[in-house]
Design a protein around this ligand. Structure first.
Ligand code: GLY
Length: 387
């Protein structure tokens, strides 16, 4: 197995895999280091492609990237399925965001105004119209937003397909932990693995999700400011006799907490997610499961009849402005593709394209330029400011 390459990607979650796949497709000799490629946060994520319903004030720049990626999804999914034979569970059935009380309704009205100001398509529905669309909703639903353009994909299938695509494109997989970045004369030259292997490359892409800030040897000034944000997620199963339980993703803000229910065609119903700043903890807690079930039950009382088939927690890679870090750092040869926070699944297609573009041309494409990691690089002038 060759230990040297044009590009070495550190991290084999969906972001690392898509970067490696797209780089290899462009003719770069590409390797990827991860003990379990295809794992990571995608094994927990629900897979909502929710550029419109997850819009937040102050995130209009990120909206541009989210929409660009949503726009690429149909071709991206078709290409990946044709190449690998994997069905990705890509479902264009839309999303309904609903309100249960007057406060939730006011919040949803504000979101609707923001969506309209941003030129996005969403339709306000009365509670009765929401229940007409989704009869299992609680009778108390006070209104909602219908967003047909927010779709979903099965992230586990996406990860498996990307792994197959990497293998077919000739990406060399090193199944070990990258422990330390090697830097020679201010240039990144590869990594040392926990097993003592030295992997060398012309360029190293750090795409290790929430772990991206922990690679030893990365100079402090370019260490990505990424932190883990825990999400607990439940999986229930809709028995065929109850189908169709839900025909689209339903989400709500219940007393300030987000809850969403994502129905897959195979009967899986994903209920998520908590958002907890607890470091590296991935324990599934009684409190987390209770809160998710309590809120989901207020939304859809019938869920208590369904078998609870899985509980799991994952770590979102949070960044200071909730947007990813894409492209070259101030250290030659070191690039980042990390910090995707709540949008990793949605941003997979545009991230792969942007990273392949920068790896082959040296320039980030226009759509990705606002997400340069250099926006967080400390300048001497800033550091010298008096306290
Ligand atoms: N995008 C959904 C979540 O992060 O929970």
């Amino acid at each position: 197995m060759s230990r040297t390459s044009d590009v070495l990607v550190v991290g084999g979650g969906i972001i690392g895999l898509v970067t490696a796949w797209r780089a290899a497709q462009r003719g770069l000799r590409t390797a990827l280091a991860d003990p379990e490629p295809g794992g990571g946060a995608a094994q927990v994520a629900a897979g909502m492609l929710a550029a419109v319903t997850e819009l937040h004030y102050g995130e209009q720049t990120l909206l541009g990237l989210n929409l660009a990626s949503a726009h690429r999804y149909p071709d991206f999914a078709a290409e990946l399925t044709e190449l690998t034979g994997h069905d990705l569970g890509y479902r264009r059935s839309g999303t309904l965001a609903v309100a249960l009380d007057a406060d939730d309704r006011a919040h949803l009205r504000e979101l609707h105004a923001l969506q309209r100001q941003s030129g996005l398509e969403s339709t306000w529905l009365s509670g009765r119209d929401c229940r007409r669309l989704e009869p299992m909703l609680a009778p108390g639903v006070r209104g909602g937003l219908r967003v047909d353009g927010d779709h979903q994909i099965d992230p586990r299938r996406l990860a498996a397909a990307l792994l197959t695509a990497c293998e077919r494109a000739g990406v060399v997989l090193h199944r070990g932990w990258a422990e330390r970045l090697t830097v020679v004369r201010d240039r990144a030259t590869g990594v040392l693995t926990r097993d003592g292997d030295a992997l060398t490359a012309e360029r190293v892409v750090l795409a290790a999700g929430s772990l991206s800030g922990r690679l030893a040897g990365v100079p402090d000034a370019v260490l990505p400011p990424v932190r883990p944000v825990k999400g607990q997620v439940l999986r229930l199963t809709v028995p065929p006799r109850y189908a169709p339980f839900l025909s689209r993703t339903v989400r709500a803000m219940v007393r300030g907490s987000h809850v969403y229910l994502v129905p897959r065609e195979n009967g899986e119903l994903v209920v998520g997610a908590t958002s907890e700043e607890l470091g590296w903890d991935t324990t599934v807690t009684a409190g987390g499961v209770y809160e998710l079930l309590r809120d989901a039950h207020e939304l859809m009382p019938g869920i208590t009849e369904l078998p609870l088939t899985e509980t799991r927690a994952g770590l979102r890679p949070g960044s200071p402005d909730n947007a990813p870090l894409l492209g070259p750092t101030a250290v030659d040869g070191l690039l980042l593709a990390t910090g995707h926070y709540r949008n990793g699944v949605l941003l997979t297609p545009v991230t792969g394209d942007a990273m392949a573009h920068v790896l082959t041309t040296g320039e980030l494409p226009e759509v990705a330029r606002p997400f340069t990691p250099q926006r967080f690089t400390q300048t001497p002038a800033l550091m010298e400011q008096p306290a």
